[in-house]
Structure formats: C-alpha cells, structure tokens
Design a binder for this molecule. Structure first.
Ligand SMILES: Cc1cc2nc3c(=O)[nH]c(=O)nc-3n(C[C@H](O)[C@H](O)[C@H](O)COP(=O)(O)OP(=O)(O)OC[C@H]3O[C@@H](n4cnc5c(N)ncnc54)[C@H](O)[C@@H]3O)c2cc1C
Length: 457
C-alpha cells in the first residue's frame, strides 16, 4: 500500500459544546491550508472533514505555481517531491482543426521571478499530504481534527444587521449515523466544504442572495488511463484540446506519473443544458472522443482504463456575475464566517484551476482574523474587508479568464488564434507569461498589444 493510501490518525474527538478560535469546515486543499495558517498564527483550530482518509477528489490534478508557493510555505513540498509526480514544463493547446501550440513554462524565467512551474499528481496523493500536514500543525497548536464528521447545521444567531454565525453541528459518520449530534462554537467559522459547502450556503441564504448559478458552474468528468500514446514519462506538457464535439468545453490529457494520465472533459452546466437534444453526458462524449475521434483513437489504441476511476464533479467558477446583489463573484463572508476556494466560487473560468485560489484565500482568512481582537466574534466589517480584498486580489485575473473562456466558444476564432500561435513565437511567449504572472495578463488585454501580436505579420 502506498504511503498516501494509509489511514491518518487525527486523535481524540473533542467534547460536545467545545469552543475553539476557528472552526474549519472541510479538509480539502482550502480547508487544510486554512486550518494550518490559523494554527500557525497561534489559534486553537477545529478542522472537520466529512470523508475519511484516504479520499479521492475528481480533478485534473494540475497543481500550478500559485499553489506551489503555499505548498512550500506549509512544509508539504518536500513530501510531494519525495513521491512520484509529473513536472509540467509546458501546456499544449490543440484546436478543432488540428493545429497545436506548445506553450513552454520556462523554468529559468520562473525561478528568476520567484515563481514555480507546475506539478501534476493524483489528488488522492496531494490532498493526503495537505491534510496530514494540517493535522500535525493543528494538533501541535492544541487544536482538534475530526474525519468522517459531516457538518449538517450551521448555527446562526440574530436578525438583520446583527445576524452572525456562531459555529456548527454535525455527526461522526454522517447525518444518518446513530452517533449523537455534536455542537462546536468559535468566533470564526471558515467554509471550505467545496462547491456545496454548508457554511457558504448559509452565508448566501441569510442574505437572500443566490448560491448556485448554472451560467457560472461547470461540470467536470475525469478518468485515469494507462499507456496512452504520445506522452512523456515524468516531465513534459499537459494537453488541452478544443474539439468540435466538446465545444464550448475542452478535453484534457494531464499525465500524473509515469504511464498514468488523467483524462477528462469540462463544460459549463448552462451549455450542457443547451446540448440536451443530443442527450449526451460528459462521460458519453469522452467515450466517443477516445474511441472515435480521428486524432485520439490512435493514441488510445493500446491504452487501458484504470478501474473505478470514472468520476464526475462540479466546478464553481469565479466569473463575475451580472447584477451581483452585493459582492463578486458571490457573497463569501458575513459576521462569524469566511468562505475559501470552491466554497467561495473561485475556480478560474478558463483553465479550470481552483487549488491555487483555494490556498490563496485560505491564507487571506488568516490575515483578516485576529484571535484577540475578534474573541467576541468575527465582525461584519471585517467580513466585508475580506470580500473586498479577495476581489481586489483575484477580480482582474478572473475577469480576464472569463473573457478568454467566452472567446474560446467561438470556434473559428480559437482555430485562428491557435494556428497563429503555432507559427508566431511571440504569441507562445506571451501565453507562457500570461500563465505565469497576472501582471502580464493586463498587458495581454491592451488593444495595442493584441493588434501588434495577432494582426501584424
Ligand atoms: C473534473 C475537475 C478537474 C479539475 N482540474 C483542476 C486542475 O487540474 N487544477 C486545479 O487547480 N483545479 C482543478 N479543479 C478544481 C479543484 O478541484 C478545486 O478548485 C479544488 O478542489 C478546491 O479545493 P477546496 O478545498 O476549496 O474544495 P474541495 O477540494 O472540494 O474540498 C472540500 C472538502 O470539504 C469536505 N466537505 C464537504 N462537505 C462537508 C461537510 N458538510 N462537512 C464536512 N466536510 C465537508 C469534502 O469532503 C472535501 O474534502 C478541477 C475540478 C474538477 C471537478
């Protein structure tokens, strides 16, 4: 059995009615990082996770540079480097008419700017390391961790401007278990429960604001395959292909370790609805691409599907909402609570990456909470400051990715762009820069730069 398939000992379950400085709901990357950062600030943290480790999470498994700086800060990088993983040195984009452009992520220029290129490794492995490290940090700071604990109620007190979250309730073994219900309290509850997080649901419900919006939620489907042709061993590109039958979504091939590839498809839920007449699920579309598509069937001719690896999930995008009632992309905090990662709807709408923003916002919550100052409760004005800060940090990047996501829906434009990029070095370089740093995204959207790079020969 691999190291990351072993159980994790999380210690004693605290007594019903226990108080903490911070409760974190969810032990995925966002929750594990939030629990670690708050504990590193000296807070007594309670981290609650519904699943029991080892646990899988459907994902493309690409962990980009933005994530790696946090992974390093939390002491998880050496563990990743000691286990099998794929080093992503480039991204290969394929258009519907077959042209391809490989955008290099040059290591030297990354390192010179203090950035890291990316890794790809199965989430069962990545999340294990994040959760295990968080457990160590939390327990060392006198906190507690419970696995197999499903939060099924968020405690809310007060009305109108005085409304606040006081903690959570739930049971070991899930809502239907015979175990007694346990209640925990804290001045701050961090919602890190993913796309259906009970804390962020409560935050939006209490304010009468929308939680779910199919225009901004994406469906994702993932399988693992072995022996797919045309892929490197432990370092090389990850591949993103725009294919007629998959547009406006895309098909990906992300190697995760020697001989194993994460293969998947993502498409906006509102777009999937429009395709209803064709009555095809993402799983069926993927089967077709693998078995019938002229460019891929050869590559899968000798490949085998890893049993039980077929899983679907949802990605809550951080694309700005039209007529948002209060904060963008969605209300993600209130007195007593802040949401992070998928629970705050922060997945990049072009690339589908969400781990980086989960880790970044996890750290932001630790800057906005002060255990002494907020010992009577995390106040509404601090919640507002967090939401404003988050959008200031991520708004531009998420808005630019939304523009790209919409452009890519236009097939002829995508084909033209990829063909042009495959022939013009500067476009490839510009794309690597854009992936590496958000400053260059601003340059990308300058009309003069667009004209110069795309139109001039
Ligand atoms: C198909 C697909 C491909 C993707 N590809 C990539 C990629 O390549 N790179 C990338 O960066 N991102 C990718 N993403 C997005 C990425 O998976 C998410 O953004 C990321 O997992 C967010 O982390 P999180 O901690 O916020 O949420 P999650 O990883 O969803 O973790 C939430 C945790 O909360 C727990 N939980 C939920 N409800 C409760 C409850 N009631 N009580 C207690 N615990 C609870 C869950 O068990 C889970 O462990 C992809 C997503 C999908 C679906």
């Amino acid at each position: 059995m691999e190291q990351w398939e072993q159980p994790i000992d999380t210690g004693e379950v605290p007594d019903d009615g226990s108080n903490f400085d911070v409760i974190v709901v969810g032990g995925g990357p966002g929750g594990a990082a939030a629990a670690s950062y708050h504990a590193m600030n000296g807070c007594r943290v309670l981290m609650l996770e519904k699943a029991v480790w080892p646990r899988d999470k459907p994902c493309g498994d690409a962990v980009g540079g933005k994530s790696l700086s946090h992974v390093e800060e939390l002491g998880v990088l050496p563990m990743i480097e000691a286990t099998p993983h794929y080093v992503v040195d480039s991204i290969l984009f394929g258009s519907t008419n077959g042209s391809e452009v490989r955008v290099m992520l040059p290591k030297e220029s990354y390192e010179a700017k203090g950035l890291m290129s990316g890794y790809a490794l199965p989430r069962i492995q990545f999340d294990y390391m994040m959760f295990k490290r968080a457990t160590e940090i939390v327990l060392e700071a006198d906190g507690a961790v419970i696995q197999g604990f499903s939060v099924n109620d968020v405690t809310v007190e007060g009305v109108g401007e005085g409304v606040r979250i006081l903690g959570v309730k739930g049971k070991v073994g899930g809502a239907r278990s015979e175990e007694p219900e346990l209640a925990f309290r804290a001045p701050l509850t961090v919602g890190a429960g993913g796309y259906n997080c009970p804390v962020s649901r409560t935050i939006t419900e209490v304010h009468g604001e929308p939680f779910r919006d199919d225009e901004h939620f994406c469906g994702g489907y993932r399988e693992y395959w072995e022996n797919v042709g045309g892929l490197g061993d432990s370092e090389g590109p990850i591949e993103i292909h725009f294919i007629d039958e998959v547009l406006p979504g895309y098909f990906w091939l992300f190697p995760v370790q020697k001989g194993v590839v994460n293969v998947g498809i993502g498409m906006l839920i509102s777009e999937q609805r429009k395709q209803k007449g064709k009555k095809k699920s993402l799983k069926q579309i993927q089967k077709w691409v693998i078995e019938e598509h002229p460019r891929f069937k050869q590559r899968f001719a000798n490949a085998t599907l890893v049993p039980k690896s077929q899983k679907g999930w949802q990605l809550p995008f951080g694309s700005p909402r039209k007529n948002a009632p209060s904060f963008q992309p969605r209300r993600g905090a209130m007195a007593g609570a802040m949401a992070v990662g998928d629970a705050a709807s922060l997945v990049d709408p072009f690339s589908g990456e969400g781990i980086g923003n989960a880790l970044l916002t996890a750290k932001m919550t630790s800057r906005h909470f002060d255990k002494e100052l907020h010992s009577d409760g995390f106040p509404e004005d601090a919640a507002v400051a967090y939401m404003e800060d988050m959008w200031k940090e991520l708004g531009k990047e998420l808005s630019n990715s939304t523009k790209l996501q919409r452009l890519m829906k236009r097939k002829r434009l995508t084909n033209w762009f990829i063909k042009k990029a495959s022939k013009k070095k500067e476009i490839g370089e510009m794309m690597s820069e854009m992936i590496a740093s958000k400053e260059s995204q601003e340059v990308l959207w300058s009309p003069w730069f667009m004209f110069k790079t795309l139109i001039l020969p």
